[in-house]
Design a protein around this ligand. Sequence first.
Ligand code: ADP
Ligand code: MG
Ligand code: MG
Length: 247
Amino acid sequence: MLEIKNLHARIGEKEILRGVNLVVPDGEIHAIMGPNGAGKSTLSYVLSGRDGYEVTEGEAIYDGQNILDLAPEDRAAAGIFLAFQYPVELPGVGNANFLRTALNAIRRKRGEEELDAVAFLKQARAAVKSLHMKEDFLKRNVNVGFSGGEKKRNEMLQMALLQPGLAILDETDSGLDIDALKIVADGVNALRGPKFSALVITHYQRLLDHIVPDVVHVLSAGRIVRSGPKELALELEAHGYAGLEAA
Ligand code: ADP
Ligand code: MG
Ligand code: MG
């Protein structure tokens, strides 16, 4: 379970998150929507530990640990997948090797045995197949020359291999491309189960046609101002965010 309590964060002098409270139980998928500039991306960056964001108050407890105290790689070892952890282009580095290194780093931290090349490839091929991807993906250099859709696919492949307990996704750019949305939805839906939860931050209601959330939250001016069932997303689509501003 993820429990965010009274989270305040700022960029420079500007307070962006102004007391976010949010609980995501195991097995549930929660969506965060909200007007442009509300702080949605800031929330995902703070949870991922990106530089430049200062947490001034509050905590984010996952499995009994305040993840805000952990280095990004330790957050991954704790079972959290953060979408922009591995977005870089790495010329000369094969995707399979890169994924195996990332996976083994997490396994080491968890005290699990590392996977050798053969064992890894077996898992990777199964994940590639489950995501309806081409196998040559594993041979390409990491993200080099990948289209937007291919980068998304690769991200979902990383997620499938790492088998996180909690995925935090901020779908900022992919909203324009319906194929990319479906790739993300397939990746999340494939992991659905009692031990998996996700926080899907989206600027676009239509992602939620493909990932049906258990709960929808509205973030406005740095606070959750409303939470409700999946139908809330449709209501927001029809009526907008007017009248939902934080006090
Ligand atoms: P959302 O994802 O909901 O559209 P953001 O988290 O991107 O919102 O932005 C929240 C607020 O923080 C906005 O007012 C934005 O202008 C401001 N902001 C975002 N990034 C920076 C930055 N690097 N420096 C200063 N202000 C920023
Ligand atoms: Mg924005
Ligand atoms: Mg954003």
